[in-house]
Design a protein around this ligand. Sequence first.
Ligand code: SF4
Length: 447
Amino acid sequence: MALSGIQIYKLLPQTNCKECGFPTCLAFAMKLAAKQVELSACPYVSEASKKQLAESAAPPIRLVTLKGAGTEVKAGNEVCLFRHEKTFYNKPGIFIRFKASDPDLAKKAAEADAYKVNYVGMDFTIDGFAVVGDADLGAAVKTIRGVTKRPLILIGDAAALQSGLSACGGETPLLYAADASNADALADLAKGKAALAVKADSLDDLADLTQKIQAKGVDDMVLSLTPCPLSQGERGWGEGNLSEWLERSTQVRRLALKNFRPLGYPVIAFPCDAKDEAAAAAQAIAKYAGFVVLSEFKPELLYPLLVLRENIYTDPQKPIQVQPGVYEINAPKPESPVLVTTNFSITYFAVANEVEGSGLPAWLVVTDAEGMSVLTAWAAGKFDAERIAKAIKGFDVASKVNRKRVVLPGHVAVLSGELEAELPDWEVRVGPREAVDLPAFMKQVLN
Ligand code: SF4
């Protein structure tokens, strides 16, 4: 359980020495309770108190790391229910499911493994593979390892999991899944070698089972709120219980955030079993899944899910930014125009993509506007004539051109007079408001 400020204070030296930067131990304790400072700022905490404080400071949802033969995926360590309360930290890992018996396993896995798509300067890929099998699971793991290094989720009975785990070497896969009937055997199997998924009919039963498995020495667990994929006679998302899954997932997150440790683990979701896989996967990404298993490699489904995931797991207080500087588009020459924009990624790529697509050469000066878009930055005083002039001078743009023409975004036309005063030897032009109109502007107005 998290400790209150007063409880933390009782564990501190209470000498008020101020070395932590606070006037009293009580002030430091209050900040510690609010998770606004690190315990290490006080050099005088006893080892016994450190242990007690570390336990109370542990994140409410355990960090579980699946390791492949070269890459890894993490889930957990989340501290809030809604992103705007703080941020979400670890993006849910997206896995593609295969049957071990699939004769085209290697080919399909290699194709999915090679998938890479760029979104506003970031490369997205899938995170791993889930393999469902029986006695053939070990052989399937070896086949998959021939074409990918990504982490694995192994799905099968105890004998199949044993065979799959043996083929995993020093990796840390996720074993799916322990229930009341096989918890002891799978806990023995997973201990020290793998994370273990746990499933039960109710959250009460699930909480009992995780405590039982933890007592057997398994710390890394993942909660399954749906029945085992590909099993017969069990109710899955395919039966239309999307809302039930959402309810359970939200309850688990709420309880975990209240430091109910038996449910303080990441959740795995199987949209692959849903009637509407896209809707189920989107819900799982938005509402608390740590691992999401899809039925097959479908780029048309993956791309929107990866973009959705990125947007949900972007820290709302830290906009996605590109590096300020001068970007060369379509091999610009000294007579090419100089365009100006801010370093908000989406703004930068909107401008850069339009100009690049037009085939017209240009120098694109990206100013440091703390990751804000043009209008927001202007309103916040982060994109004004002084800053634009400073960027043009600082990046020595004048040495790259023989015709000093700078194009302002149309939304900040109001800055043109001030910019002329800041850059007296430059011709200041006002461009269009929207990036999509830049090619026509460049063709018709700048030539
Ligand atoms: S450094 Fe430690 S002992 Fe000193 S005031 Fe801060 S909390 Fe108290």
